[in-house]
Design a protein around this ligand. Sequence first.
Ligand code: UT7
Length: 367
Amino acid sequence: MTKARPTAVLDGLGSCLPPRVLTNEDVKRRGSLNTSDAWIRSRTGIARRRVAEDDISTGDLAVAAGRAAQESAGALADLVLVATTTPDRRCPATAPEVAERLGLGPVPAFDLSAVCSGFLYGLTVAASLVRTGVCARPLVIGAETYSRIVDPLDRDSAVIFGDGAGAVLLRPGDRAEPGALAATDWGADGGGADLIAIAVGGARRPDPEGRTSREERSFRMRGRQVYGQAVRRMTDSSRAVLAAAGWSPDVVGAFIGHQANQRILDAVADRVGIPASRCHGNLRDVGNTAAASLPLALAATAARRRVQPGTATLLTAFGGGLTWASVALTWPAARPCDLPPEPRTGPGTTPTEHRRNPSWTVSTTIS
Ligand code: UT7
């Protein structure tokens, strides 16, 4: 008799938020924006977000979240995948340095770019590597510092984006275990590439002299058009992954969607047929953190202990590309761990000293 292939099981959950909080009033003041706290709360569900100070990079957040996921699982990774739109450098990828700073030795490490769907794309890739025996303990990190690419004067994006990182550590297991992945769905439509984009800075328009406008060099999102696509794609992908898992919407006990806008999440849950009482997340406190959004919401929800291990769970995301992805899994038994950022060169401290210094302890009270 042939042995069944293992499935990937979510074994550790970690997160890291930079300490600085930016309220809606701060966002309004910073860009002299014609907006208000009341508008942002009612139209997006966001009250505040975190932003990384200049000495904290995407890699610093990724190292802390990755370390936290490993601590949560009590195990070390044998592959590191960093999903990000805001890598530390354009070349090389951020992941090898993250792996090195985690002390993992010469494990394979690479970045994955699928904008806000990056974490679920990464989870899909990592789960297949576990299933096929290519690796046993991939660390999937979603880490972003959108504050570096968003134009504070752009009303569509300045009000929703924030910084942070979340991570999961996988291991081989079987489908009956809490945290087991049951099915995945993903897709892309490059015809919508201009809807979420940074126009300049890539190989098509390099602009080495910096002659282009701030608008062209910054992240831009056509909010209304993206809104419609986000609802449609996440709804379709959620339905597809539920069909692949053989689950009807009423068995789904927990739903976490990409934290872009509460109204988008409500619309997707409603169309898929999931009641509000089963929807979870932390959008209000962290805003849209792109590839970090889902692992941050997973860790925050697990910290609140509102979902029983083994509960049928649906994750869905949508982002630039356009890209979308969904994962059906059971709720993990893992206890989340949350650590402060580990700046590579802090004010006279090493990363290890940062971890011991209580002034760096971040309170991630999420209600
Ligand atoms: O993470 C990747 C995917 N990203 C997303 O899924 C985000 C998708 N888009 C959105 O979340 C929303 O489209 C925004 C938050 C960006 C904008 O919200 P909206 O409800 O779609 O606003 P709208 O563009 O349809 O504009 C409605 C009204 C307009 O006023 P009038 O013409 O009705 O008087 C806008 O001028 O709201 C006004 N408005 C604002 N007012 C205050 C638009 N943005 C703002 C703002 N503050 N930031």
